[in-house]
Ligand binder design. Structure first.
Ligand code: BV8
Ligand code: ZN
Length: 229
């Protein structure tokens, strides 16, 4: 399970980093909600456009790449991410469970259709070609349900895993944070990789304090050694 901490070294601010510039006086939790979009669609749309720009300029880092190696060594690896930045796929992981959706996809706020092409309009936000509703990013906002397929796949993998890696997440947002708890309750070994401590730290069997870009390559190298000898 990865959180925004794995993308921090790619220059994508974590969800709880203080926002910069124009967005300095807004909190992400206040903007990532249906209410904020209803109240001020242009403000929320512009915030996502700003984040998309940041993500387009970002590159996957050694942490993302190490998970590609790990998936090659251990095809049974289930990669679940809370991130919406698509960096795991850009690094080369193919089946990624996107627990909170993907910022690159638009969705109609009214009819939920995913538009086919890129809307060629300067309207902010653009309108749905089918029903005229407003488009929004296809991410899960606070108060919205996790997509059923992602929820089921994630909890199925969690219920049967031997080792659960919690990487770069503050373990505060549910139901995502419930995955590590579910893994622990079925006896999995819990490993936390984080620069800081979190509510999971006291539960984890192993706490690897430090960056994902340091610890994940180290883990991949060890698994490589164990697998090829
Ligand atoms: C829902 C997409 C109900 C949008 C996001 C109990 C049960 C269920 C729900 C709740 C509950 N209690 C409260 C709730 C409501 C809420 C919730 O959990 N609130 C929290 C704040 C208490 N949950 C919800 O609303 C969820 N929906 O429950 O719906 C429902 C059910 C049925 C029908 C209808 C409704 C939906 C939550 C999803 C919200 N969307 N993102 C977008 O991106 O714009 S969540 C957002 O925060 C991020 O996507 C991320 O996934 C999440 C957590 O952030 P992190 O990834 O952990 O990032 P953060 O900044 O917090 O931490 C970074 C960590 O990395 C830090 O620990 C840091 O130390 C570390 N770090 C930094 N650098 C590094 C590093 N680690 C390693 N290396 C580094 N270099
Ligand atoms: Zn529509």
């Amino acid at each position: 399970m990865t959180g925004s901490g794995i993308s921090a070294e790619s220059g994508v601010p974590t969800f709880r980093d203080a926002q910069t510039g124009l967005w300095a006086n807004y909190r992400a939790e206040e903007l990532a909600t249906p209410q904020a979009f209803t109240d001020n669609p242009r403000l929320v749309w512009d915030w996502y456009c700003w984040r998309r720009e940041l993500i387009h300029r970002a590159q996957p880092n050694a942490g993302h790449r190490a998970l590609v190696t790990l998936a090659e060594l251990k095809p049974e690896l289930a990669l679940i991410t809370q991130n919406v930045d698509g960096l795991h796929q850009r690094a080369g992981n193919s089946n990624v469970v996107e627990f909170h959706g993907n910022i690159e996809r638009d969705k109609c706020f009214a009819c939920n259709r995913i538009p086919t092409g890129t809307p060629d309009t300067t309207e902010r936000p653009p309108e749905c070609e089918t029903c005229g509703g407003l488009l929004r990013p296809d991410v899960v906002w606070f108060g919205e349900a996790i997509p059923t397929a992602a929820l089921e796949t994630a909890f199925r993998a969690t219920d049967s895993c031997e080792v659960f890696l919690s990487v770069g997440t503050s373990a505060l947002v549910y139901p995502a944070a419930g995955l590590a708890e579910a893994a622990a309750s079925q006896g999995a070994t819990i490993v936390e990789i984080n620069t800081n401590s979190t509510p999971l730290t006291s539960v984890a069997d192993y706490v690897l304090q430090g960056s994902a870009a340091y610890w994940l390559p180290a883990i991949a190298a060890s698994v490589q050694t164990l697998t090829t000898h």
